[in-house]
Design a protein around this ligand. Structure first.
Ligand SMILES: Nc1ncnc2c1ncn2[C@@H]1O[C@H](COP(=O)(O)OP(=O)(O)OP(=O)(O)O)[C@@H](O)[C@H]1O
Ligand SMILES: [Mg+2]
Length: 265
């Protein structure tokens, strides 16, 4: 297994240069430099507490780094950039409790003509398997259903850059597999750039074109890996492919190594 850097000739959509973040004395993220290629799925994996959510918040412009810069399409990020959608780890804080499912999904689409907005909302709700639940309020739904509403809202906005923080952690295994496939399908259809955080190694390899492995806190990039598995992927043939098994083993070893050594830097 060789180490790769991105082989794409396109400019990176998103560039992280020397990102550090401290909360008081707590250094959460330590000098992260990474390129996120356009029109691909990049996955950040790393142990709990290594700063993944912090990093996504900084990329989204919701939080400022203590040091370093984030560049999106060549422009430094200060505040949430146009064309960005985010699915948060904590679904209970993602949705507007006073809006029904369809209104939650429609919320970012207020500038669209009504017919297009309604079509996108219906399509996204159906895609996440919530057809017939449009008139429920978030508090009438299970956690996994609420997270699917948040995913539908992000997809309906057809963002250029989609950031997802452990989006499938609260759904059952079958729904999770379906939502992973839905993400891949939509990503390939629309060509959006996706950056997803997970600590599930299988999920990272299955979804990714590009994996960024973070070390234990304060985290650094332990390695970046290009995943050369064919598309379209499916849960049986992709996950039994020798190359999948090889990459998964490599990521597992890296994470184990980083836990034992506390990061290589
Ligand atoms: N708003 C905050 N104020 C103070 N400390 C914070 C804040 N957000 C995160 N931290 C600290 O930063 C470190 C990284 O947290 P973060 O939530 O980014 O990790 P994570 O990799 O997303 O973890 P998990 O896998 O458990 O979701 C932790 O030590 C955490 O306590
Ligand atoms: Mg997190």
């Amino acid at each position: 297994m060789t180490e790769h850097t991105s082989t794409t000739t396109q400019l990176p959509e998103l560039q992280l240069d020397g990102i550090s973040k401290s909360y008081g004395d707590n250094l959460a993220v330590r000098s992260i430099t990474a390129s996120i290629p356009a029109h691909k799925v990049s996955v950040i994996v790393g142990p709990s507490g290594c700063g993944k959510s912090t990093l996504l918040r900084i990329i989204s412009g919701l939080d400022e780094p203590t040091e370093g810069t984030v560049t999106f399409e060549g422009n430094p990020v200060h505040g949430v950039p146009e064309g960005l959608a985010m699915v948060f780890q904590d679904y209970s804080r993602s949705l507007y409790p006073w809006l029904r499912v369809d209104k939650n999904v429609a919320f970012p689409l207020s500038k669209l003509p009504a017919a297009e907005r309604d079509a996108r909302v219906a399509e996204a709700i159906e895609a996440v398997g919530l057809k017939g639940r449009e008139k429920l309020y978030p508090w009438q739904m299970s956690g996994g259903m609420q997270q699917r509403v948040a995913i539908a809202r992000a997809l309906a906005s057809q963002p250029k850059l989609l950031l997802m923080d452990e989006p499938y952690a609260s759904v059952d295994a079958q729904t999770r597999a379906d939502l992973e496939d839905l993400l891949l399908k939509i990503q390939r259809k629309l060509g959006i750039t996706v950056l997803i955080v997970t600590h599930d190694i299988d999920e990272s390899v299955y979804l990714a074109d590009h994996i960024i492995v973070l070390s234990t806190p304060p985290s650094v990039v332990a390695e970046t890996i290009d995943v050369d598995l064919a598309h379209p992927r499916d849960h049986f043939s992709t996950k039994t492919h020798p190359r999948f098994v090889e990459i998964r083993g490599h990521v597992t070893q890296l994470l184990r190594h980083t836990e034992l050594t506390g990061g290589a830097a």
